[in-house]
Design a protein around this ligand. Sequence first.
Ligand code: GLC
Ligand code: CA
Length: 529
Amino acid sequence: MDAKANGTRWWHGATLYQIYVRSWRDTNADGYGDLPGVIAGLDYLQWLGVDGIWLSPTMPSPDQDWGYDVSDYVAVHPELGTLADLDKLIAEAGQRGIKIVLDLVPNHTSNAHAWFTDARSGRDSVHRGYYVWADPVKGEGEAGAPPNNWRDATGGSAWTLDDASGQYYLHNFLPAMPDLNWWDPRVHEEFREIIRFWLDRGVAGFRIDVAHGLYKDAQFRDNPPLIGGGRLDGGFGLRPVYSSHQPETHAVYRDWRKIADGYTPQRLLLGETWMGDLGKMASYYGQNDELDLAFNFPFVFSEFSADALAGVVGQTLAALPAGASPVWMASNHDISRFPTRWAGGDERKARLALLVLATLPGTTTFYYGDEIAMTDVAVPRELRRDRMTPGVGTEGRDAERTPMQWNASASAGFTAEGVTPWLPFGDNATRNVAAQREDPGSTLCLLRDLLALRRREFAGQVVPYERLPAPPGVWSYRSGPLLITANFTGDPVPLPDRRDEVLLTTAPDAAPGAALSPWQGLITRTGGA
Ligand code: GLC
Ligand code: CA
């Protein structure tokens, strides 16, 4: 309310940095990154120039899905630290002008959560209604068949029979992650309290897991077949129109937004809106009264070309309500890192992607390691730790979750000498923070320069964006006072005769003047010609 009046939203024009806590820095030599490790890295993030940190789940969890199976929403996972560590992190980050955003998982809990233990104890238990139960469909076998065709994230049935009560419970992810029943008003009240608990401690907002998934069809109708469509539209041959994406979910965010708006400075609600339709994604902003930001997966999965990326950006901005901020990212803990996915290991392409991410309007998000163009790591099957992806036929999500490459030593600067990290290191000898920090021409220093420029020109605003005419394969756009020319081709491209002030380029060694070299990006100030 008050914060709205003065109009400032800290994420406008800002840079977020996602830390997968287990993989960032280990301070007690158990092979897992931890919260004291995040504190130890704050000076580095201040140097890099980030405004906020999104921490992957920090709450107690049996780690069937590495923290996304929460067993207690108002505590800290003992393996990662203590509540006192988190308080200290909020305070120390605050001293450096950095905000802390937590990951909140409202779609499901762990089966070890006390609510589920009670719910499972019998049909009349107090918490039975917190979860989604259904009777078997009689006829097939003794126990009866699952209530419908919904599938979980592994491809198996989304329903598991609870022998004791003879009913099935729903899990859209793993059987150990039962879905909450948002038709029960008590679940709403629980989450209001959880949100206030963390916001009162100074947390700057939440990244909301599976934000589009909370409500399920009350009649449990079968999901229709997926015809056409890609990874963002469904899976295992089905379009999840009844197992998620219900319109009632919007009211949850209107409710949470009122809570968040009651805090000063204003708190951020950032949703994981996994969907291919930008109009639907935009609907989660409501009329600027639901989520503040909704992650843009069509951008992530766009082809790495000028037209494809510019197309998604244009459509996104057209779809959002007036005054809303878009949010961009290209890597996270669920998807292949962009230096691999977009750039195929080509440093020039990774640098170009960083330049684009740093100069788009609104909020931008980097995943730890993006700043050194860390690539996916082929984790041998016997060392993989992700239980969700073995059946999915990909490399699995461990590839993008390997430890941060701090230096060239045998421990990568991640853990103590001789400790086996929870996932193997990538090639930290050739790619690490320490070496790149010393080299002004490195990718790390490029991003640092880009973020300094971003802060100087964009802080506190969602700057206007306009695509400009350009030769084929070149994306040229105006973002506020900046003019960006990005060559998405493997050929040199002639530049119009311009005498604008050059602020930054991804290829400082390229011959200055009349041409952009292959995969080079250039930032000038508009109006200088
Ligand atoms: C989200 C998370 C992912 C997790 C899933 C279930 O997609 O980003 O890591 O496995 O939700 O919580
Ligand atoms: Ca540790």
